[in-house]
Design a protein around this ligand. Structure first.
Ligand code: ARG
Length: 461
């Protein structure tokens, strides 16, 4: 039997391999809700414009509702021979309401249909991802407030650099997530135009109302050019770019969790809920969730580069290549969404080892900059000279194998005679973080006020 949809021309059925390479139902079945919503809007518009009868439109809408409930209940049979979600729905509609089903596809093509469905799908996905991001931010801000004055080592080059607060470190990710959310919101704005009614590529001779369907589907307006409407997938690429950048942020945090929880470092303990054991080594507490967040970035970036390559060089308008836009994108969005939720889960109940953090914050002469700053402030020394003097004092301490505050004042004065006992006050890690009150700095009072501002902002959403 030839294909029902285009059987007028074809005598032979497709080869099994043709069917296998062409079929997309396993992927685009996830668009069922959007496909049905868009079809209902299209049918209602066709009736309003007098293109089909109100009775037919009513039957179509009723049939589509039945199909929606069959799919949600799990009683719908998706048929591979029917290729994709659009033909599966339309064919079932025929079984349910008879010949009137054939009027639904008036002034429409699968080309504008799939572009519409996928825009709606990506828009829904952005909203879900945004909600997940918001709850991650809430988790980070709660913990930041709790640890506004918990001192930890700050690193550059993964070498102990200067003491910071754990709250400050967590708020850094709140800022990154905020920009990630902004990128998704931008993409959402640009994608929110309706391709429906562009038909195959050239528009249609029927007196359709694209503004009406755009409005019914929550789009800001119809897309202005029918060729563009059916042939671009930049909205997928843009959200995948946003997803890739967000995944990179999450992977950096995941890597920090892996480092912090290593017994060699021991700054943080993950809860049992987010840790796995080893089948052979009874002592192991593995940060698998963090490692998998780190790894999932690969899938997200992979799907971005995959689709960029699919789209590159495609002439206008619709090309079947574009059917390959969904699998990778859907996989990337669910990987990202899971990664966000996993990081939020870890953040909510991880336990920082405050004692170890404080100790580590002081290791490696982390308050050397504070000593140099003291020389600048108190002795009015130029910073470059203060840097040099401090370097020599650190050298003395290193030779003795002691911390800066464990040196005798005399030993410091041997390097710089004008140093007084007052210097000892700036050498503790607590005084170091407290002094960093510059805007955006790590001082506990900055962290508290920023965390509170974030709480307010998140509550208002
Ligand atoms: N399954 C197709 C896709 O996802 C729908 C559009 C098919 N259009 C066509 N002219 N073959 O791209």
């Amino acid at each position: 039997m030839s294909n029902k949809m285009w059987g007028g021309l074809f005598d032979e059925s497709p080869d099994a391999i043709m069917e296998e390479i062409n079929v997309s139902i396993d992927v685009d079945r996830h668009l069922y809700a959007q496909d049905i919503t868009a079809s209902k809007a299209h049918a209602a518009m066709l009736a309003k414009q007098g293109i089909i009868t109100a009775k037919d439109a009513k039957n179509i809408a009723g049939g589509l509702d039945t199909i929606l409930s069959e799919i949600t209940k799990g009683s719908f049979t998706f048929k591979r021979a029917l290729e994709d979600i659009h033909m599966n729905v339309e064919s079932r509609l025929g079984e349910l309401i008879g010949p009137a089903s054939g009027r639904l596809h008036t002034a429409r093509s699968r080309n504008d249909q799939v572009a519409t469905d996928f825009r709606l799908f990506v828009r829904d996905t952005i909203d879900e991802i945004d909600a997940a991001f918001a709850s991650l931010q809430r988790a980070l801000v709660d913990r930041a407030l709790e640890h506004a004055d918990t001192v930890m080592p700050g690193f550059t080059h993964l070498q102990t650099a200067q003491p910071v607060t754990f709250g400050h470190h967590l708020l850094a990710y709140v800022e990154m997530v905020s920009r990630d959310r902004g990128r998704f919101a931008d993409a959402r704005k640009r994608l929110n135009e309706s391709p429906l009614g562009a038909a195959a590529l050239a528009g249609t001779s029927f007196p359709i109302d694209r503004h009406a369907t755009a409005k019914a589907l929550g789009f800001d307006r119809p897309m202005a050019n029918s060729l563009d409407a059916v042939s671009d997938r930049d909205f997928v690429l843009e959200t995948l770019s946003a997803a890739s950048i967000a995944a990179v942020h999450l992977s950096r945090f995941a890597e920090e969790i892996v480092i912090w929880t290593s017994p060699l470092v021991g700054l943080v303990r993950l809860s049992d809920k987010f840790t796995t054991g080893s089948s052979i080594m009874p002592q192991k507490r593995n940060p698998d969730a963090a490692e998998l967040v780190r790894a999932k970035t690969g899938r997200v970036i992979g799907s971005l580069t995959g689709l960029l390559i699919v789209m590159k060089g495609l002439p206008l308008a619709y090309q079947k290549d574009m059917q390959e836009d969904k699998a990778g994108a859907m996989e990337a969005y669910s990987a990202l969404s899971l990664a966000i939720r996993a990081i939020a889960g870890m953040v909510r109940d991880l336990v920082p080892n405050e004692e170890r953090m404080k100790l580590a914050a002081g290791e490696g002469y982390a308050t050397a900059t504070d000593l140099a700053d003291w020389l600048v402030r108190t002795l009015k020394m130029p910073f470059r000279e203060a840097h040099h003097v401090t370097g020599r004092i650190v050298g003395t301490a290193t030779k003795k194998g002691v911390a800066l505050h464990e040196l005798d004042l005399k030993e410091m004065q041997a390097v710089e005679p004008k140093i007084t006992a007052e210097v000892m006050k700036v050498l503790s890690v607590e005084s170091s973080v407290k002094s960093r009150v510059s805007y955006g700095g790590t001082a506990p009072k900055n962290v508290t006020s920023q965390a509170k501002a974030w709480l307010k902002r998140l509550e208002k959403e």
